[in-house]
Write a protein that binds this ligand. Structure first.
Ligand SMILES: CCC/C=C/C=C/C(=O)SCCNC(=O)CCNC(=O)[C@H](O)C(C)(C)COP(=O)(O)OP(=O)(O)OC[C@H]1O[C@@H](n2cnc3c(N)ncnc32)[C@H](O)[C@@H]1OP(=O)(O)O
Length: 727
């Protein structure tokens, strides 16, 4: 008894300050927000749209026309939405067009002196208003309208575009347009005659603008049902909507499409239309599921194949942010550059090893970009601790056309991780000026920023590469914003500076090379640090960071050749620390690879034509007798030999490209004869000594078949033919 009372109470609508009615069901579904409309999700897959200008009798101002279109367009695309209920807040359903905005509109039109231009303007406005109403019809989800008290003018247009209409006993309707001196132009004249199926009555109502009440509305078929009051009418509509929402969306939406298509076309055309659609839709799993449920007299299936949880996103090229495609104008949801799955690690300072953060578990980790709060921006400008881009912020105050452009938004980049199992945030850091990124293993990268060290163990090398690209993009953008120095911001330039173009080219090459060569996995990225004010910029700090890297226990340090420990950081984007450090040492940073530290040794590849005894290319095979031949161009720029002798041989194997068959191969798989296209020296030697080639030449003509092929073993012929030689 108690539970049924509670249930009944919970089903009572509850009004909150914004005017949105919350009902029993609460959903995590994202709903669009509007100024003139309130949208809620009171039942699973049922969206409730309320006209929300109660003080103005829900009259249609310019904004409402526009928002109606946006709202129904987004609901039409929203996979979470299957049915829509529309009703009005306050005393009346709607007083029709806002008469004040109507006056404003005619004033606006009068600004055009020329009749053609004035007409053009009005043509566009009427189109926009028509779209607002027609969006209900265009929405592929059924729309159920609930009218209470007055429904005047544009309100009738709106109702005629809905699929199902309900009203309250106190309802009255009026096709009021002629009374305000115009012919209804947003749908009533086209739809009302069809809705009520009585052209005589429709014309009477439109010519006279007389009111008709709920009883007459029911009698003429304008509404399906009359309910006692607004709440019961809305609840009734929601119940019907919930019922529809349980049915196959494929079936329901196709039904709506066909009804709308057929309402103004001959049956023949409508039949062809549904035939074309159903030749596809009848193959849907929904059909078999629903038919089975009917046959078994069981409840309709709870979930349908088409009920997807995926959020369709689109990318804003300007901000690189991702937005929900359902609400492109007003719902920015994500601003990440890349998102992957990985285990977040942190450095255990005591042991120097890496530990899984927060007890481990896979996390969704993203490199993101977010707008810096303008209020905080001022404070941050003086704060060097955070990396952010705002290149255009320093536009000259007086531009040539006399308009100073508004200051551009400022962004910062962050890395964020949320454990998948319990949605706990396990990683959150902003990319700061001391950011240093190390790719130590194909599936393990780590970085230092703001004096904190984090690592990621990726599930796949592809994830690692994607993440690395996200980091690069962030750094590139930071560099672009910074103009290569830190933290001074440079004035906005429309054209990319030469050095930037160079960097872009280099980056492109880098990316191509990376995609080609999976062996290129040991790398270190740094943000420029030349104008650091803190002690971080000191050489001591650099040494400390190098030391940190060298202590990495997983695959040892990433350094450039040991002739200069200070140049061990690989440059990035042409302005990295490594490059400058190399220059300081007087040795240009021409080593396009990295080497392992003292813990791990490696052999150098032999470079054809390399004259210097001190030069050996890196990380290559030991077996010089291999039949595979690497591409000569691969290591045309060999590094200097390290000072120390290798202690033991590193197991690492680079992938190389065979110059004969152009296949990639691993050193370990490079046995003699591995490539069938490579010349076989032993064989040619034997051939030469035995003169077999000579013999083959002699026999070629008489042994060859019609296509020029000849038999290698003449005595193998089953029968002697005229072109087969005797042994
Ligand atoms: C390109 C164009 C395409 C579109 C064409 C559309 C055409 C149409 O919609 S034609 C219909 C236009 N609407 C009207 O003519 C309705 C006029 N209003 C009324 O008849 C009554 O206000 C109504 C029956 C709706 C309600 O009566 P009630 O006694 O309950 O309230 P009121 O005291 O009359 O009004 C309360 C306040 O609301 C303001 N208001 C009412 N209707 C409108 C409106 N359409 N536009 C703007 N404001 C409206 C009314 O002025 C009152 O305000 P206030 O005086 O400040 O209290």
């Amino acid at each position: 008894m108690m539970s049924s009372v509670l249930k009944a109470l919970s089903q009572q609508p509850r009004k909150i300050a914004t005017g949105v009615y919350l009902r029993a069901y609460s959903s995590n579904t994202e709903v669009p927000t509007f100024e003139t409309l309130a949208v809620s999700v009171p039942k699973p897959n049922v969206f409730h749209v309320e006209l929300n200008r109660p003080k103005k009798m829900n009259s249609f101002n310019y904004n409402m026309w526009i928002e109606l279109q946006k709202c129904f367009c987004s609901l039409s695309d929203n996979p979470e939405c299957r049915v829509v209920v529309i009703s009005g807040q306050g005393k009346h359903f709607t007083a029709g067009i806002d008469l004040h905005s109507m006056v404003e509109l005619s004033q606006k039109a009068n600004e055009f002196e020329d009749v053609a231009r004035k007409s053009n303007f009005m043509y566009k406005i009427i189109g926009l208003y028509q779209d607002g109403i027609t969006s209900l019809e265009r929405c592929v989800k059924p729309v159920l309208a609930v009218s209470h008290s007055a429904c005047v003018g544009a309100g009738v247009d709106l109702l005629t575009a809905a699929d199902i209409r309900y009203c309250t006993q106190d309802s009255w309707f009026q096709v009021k347009e002629v009374d305000i001196g115009l012919a209804a132009d947003v749908g009533t004249l086209q739809r009302l005659p069809k809705v009520i199926g009585n052209t005589s009555l429709a014309r009477e109502l439109c010519f006279t603008a007389r009111k008709f009440d709920s009883t007459e509305a029911k009698d003429m078929g304008f509404v399906s049902q009359v309910l006692a009051d607004r709440d019961s009418a809305i609840n009734h509509a929601l119940t019907v909507a919930e019922d529809i929402a349980k049915k196959s969306p494929v079936a329901v939406q196709t039904t709506k499409k066909c009804l709308v298509y057929s309402q103004s076309r001959p049956s023949e055309e409508g039949l062809e239309h549904i035939r074309l659609i159903n030749q596809v839709m009848l193959q849907s799993e929904d059909l078999s599921k629903a038919a089975m449920a009917q046959a078994m007299k069981s409840d309709p299936p709870e979930t349908w194949l088409v009920r997807v949880r995926a959020q369709v996103m689109c990318r804003d090229e300007a901000t690189m942010g991702l937005y929900s495609s359902n609400y492109p104008d007003f719902r920015p949801l994500r601003t990440w550059l890349v998102r992957v799955r990985a285990q977040v690690m942190c450095r255990d300072e005591a042991t120097g090893g890496w530990l899984a953060l927060g007890g481990g578990g896979l996390a969704n980790v993203c490199v993101g970009k977010r707008k810096v709060d303008r209020a905080a921006q001022g404070a941050q400008d003086g704060d060097e601790a955070s990396a952010s881009t705002s290149a255009p912020a320093q536009l000259p105050r007086h531009s040539p056309d006399g308009f100073a452009p508004p200051p551009r938004d400022k962004y910062e980049y962050f890395i964020h991780g949320v454990r998948i199992s319990d949605e706990t945030e396990v990683l959150s850091c902003t990319i700061k000026k001391d950011f240093q990124y190390n790719k130590v293993m194909p599936t393990f990268h780590h970085w230092v920023t703001d004096d904190k060290r984090y690592g990621l163990t990726f599930q796949t090398a592809a994830d690692a590469r994607a993440f690395d690209r996200g980091v690069r993009t962030a750094i590139e953008e930071l560099l672009q914003g910074l103009g290569g120095t830190w933290p001074c911001l440079h004035a906005y330039k429309v054209d990319k500076p030469e050095e930037q173009k160079e960097r872009d080219k280099e980056r492109e090459k880098e990316r191509e090379r990376e995609e080609d060569e999976e062996g290129n996995i040991f790398e270190c990225l740094n943000l420029p640090s030349e104008s650091r004010s803190s002690s971080e910029g000191s050489s001591a700090a650099r040494e400390r960071r190098l030391e940190d890297i060298n202590q990495t226990p997983i695959l040892s340090a990433i350094t450039l050749p040991r002739h200069s420990p200070r140049s061990s950081l690989k440059r990035y984007g042409g302005s990295g620390e490594g490059e400058r450090m190399g220059a300081e040492d007087g040795s240009s940073d021409h080593c396009a690879y990295v080497q392992l530290s003292a813990h791990h040794e490696y052999t150098y590849p032999q470079v054809p034509g390399s004259g210097s005894p001190n030069t050996k290319p890196p990380l290559m095979r030991k077996d010089s007798g291999s039949m595979k031949k690497r591409a000569v161009t691969a290591f045309s720029d060999p590094p200097p030999l390290p000072d120390k002798k290798p202690i033991r041989t590193e197991q690492f194997q680079a992938r190389l490209k065979c110059r004969h068959c152009h296949e990639w191969y691993l050193e370990s798989a490079n046995r003699p004869g591995a490539c069938e296209f490579s010349p076989d020296r032993c064989r040619s030697c034997v051939d030469t000594v035995t003169c077999i080639k000579c013999a083959q030449c002699l026999l070629y003509h008489c042994m060859s078949d019609s296509e020029g092929d000849y038999n290698q073993r003449p005595c193998a012929c089953d029968e002697v033919t005229h072109n087969c030689a005797k042994r």
